[in-house]
Design a protein around this ligand. Structure first.
Ligand SMILES: NC(=O)C1=CN([C@@H]2O[C@H](COP(=O)(O)OP(=O)(O)OC[C@H]3O[C@@H](n4cnc5c(N)ncnc54)[C@H](OP(=O)(O)O)[C@@H]3O)[C@@H](O)[C@H]2O)C=CC1
Ligand SMILES: O=C(O)C(=O)[C@@H](O)[C@H](O)C(=O)CO
Length: 286
């Protein structure tokens, strides 16, 4: 999918299959908790981020809501994303805990709400998806999607409910580029979003091939990776607790990677490149 530039917000946006426009680059909040978390999230919003990614399991939906209220930006200019954990995939549990997330955040709706993991052995994700479809009708959430879904999980949701997720948030960085899953998502009109785009600050941020590309553009490796995400047509949500890095990660709209550079980055992927080996075919998280 190709992002469009929104001059007013100085941000690229994607149009989801349900018509909603969402920022191409947002702010990850895993591990940002308490008052230091509020300050980090507020500084990110004030610095220019217009999408905030949280989850019930991060235990910081309250901090996200507080940061939004303290920030200089109106609620309706922000895209707030949260996620339902696998332990609440029974229909009524899903509705109750989505409502609990809204109470915690002090918000009246989420702009995008996702199933966090498919947990295929537990086999409850279709029931949870039915709850998300209902929550969308009630106006609790604007768009609905999933995380970590393989093509067979997406197809099952569609076969059993007639509703395809509009977003699939998956682990994606140069050491695990998910080329096949991006293609499978696109065939189903699902926007792929990259979690841990910086590989959780692992060895990828020291990768010599990326360093060479970064030098050629006068950019950092993080900026090259985030620009690569945009040129791949995926949404990306880097996390940083520090304002200087928050700004660095936003500053990716003024350069372009060449086809050769894109191809060189594609070569870096590894079959075992996941940061923590969380393969959704077998990994389960509740
Ligand atoms: N749906 C899902 O299953 C999952 C979703 N997520 C979401 O994705 C978000 C991003 O992924 P996350 O796992 O946090 O990891 P990231 O890949 O975003 O990496 C974050 C790490 O990189 C460091 N960092 C950030 N910017 C820079 C920079 N410019 N230069 C050097 N280091 C930098 C941060 O340090 P510091 O903070 O000190 O700057 C932090 O240690 C999460 O926060 C969460 O919202 C994550 C995992 C799974
Ligand atoms: O951070 C998330 O959204 C997760 O889904 C977690 O699995 C996280 O990736 C993690 O590593 C927990 O140990």
């Amino acid at each position: 999918m190709k992002p469009n530039f929104n001059q007013e917000a100085n941000m690229f946006n994607y149009q989801l299959a349900d018509g909603q426009s969402v920022p191409a680059l947002g702010f990850g909040t895993y591990k940002l908790n308490g008052i230091s978390g509020v300050r980090a999230i507020q500084s990110a919003i004030d610095a220019g981020y217009r999408m905030i990614d949280t989850a019930y399991n991060y235990e910081n939906e309250g901090a996200v809501g507080e940061a939004i209220r303290r920030s200089s930006v109106a609620r309706d200019e922000l895209t707030v994303v949260s996620k339902l954990p696998g332990r609440y995939y029974h229909y009524q549990d899903a509705i109750d805990h989505l409502q609990e997330s809204l109470f915690r955040s002090g918000l009246d709706h989420f702009d995008l709400y996702l199933l966090h993991w498919p947990n295929p052995k537990r086999d409850q994700y279709v029931e949870a998806w039915q709850a998300l479809i209902a929550a969308q009708k009630f106006g609790l959430v604007q768009s609905i999607g999933v995380c970590n879904f393989l093509p067979e999980h997406l197809d099952r949701l569609y076969a059993e409910t007639g509703v395809m997720p509009v977003v699939n948030q998956i682990e994606l960085h140069p050491y695990f580029n998910q080329a096949k899953q991006i293609e499978a998502d696109a065939e189903r009109h699902v926007l792929t979003a990259a979690w841990s785009p910086l590989g959780r600050a692992s060895a990828v941020l020291q990768e010599p091939a990326l360093q060479a590309i970064a030098q050629a553009h006068g950019k950092t490796i993080s900026q090259v990776i985030l620009r690569w995400d945009l040129q791949l047509g995926v949404m990306t949500i880097p996390k940083s607790a520090h304002l200087s890095r928050q700004k660095e990660n936003l500053n990716v709209f003024d350069f372009e990677l060449t086809d050769q550079e894109m191809a060189a980055i594609a070569q870096l992927t590894k079959p075992d490149g996941r940061t923590k080996g969380q393969d959704p075919a077998t990994y389960e998280e509740f």
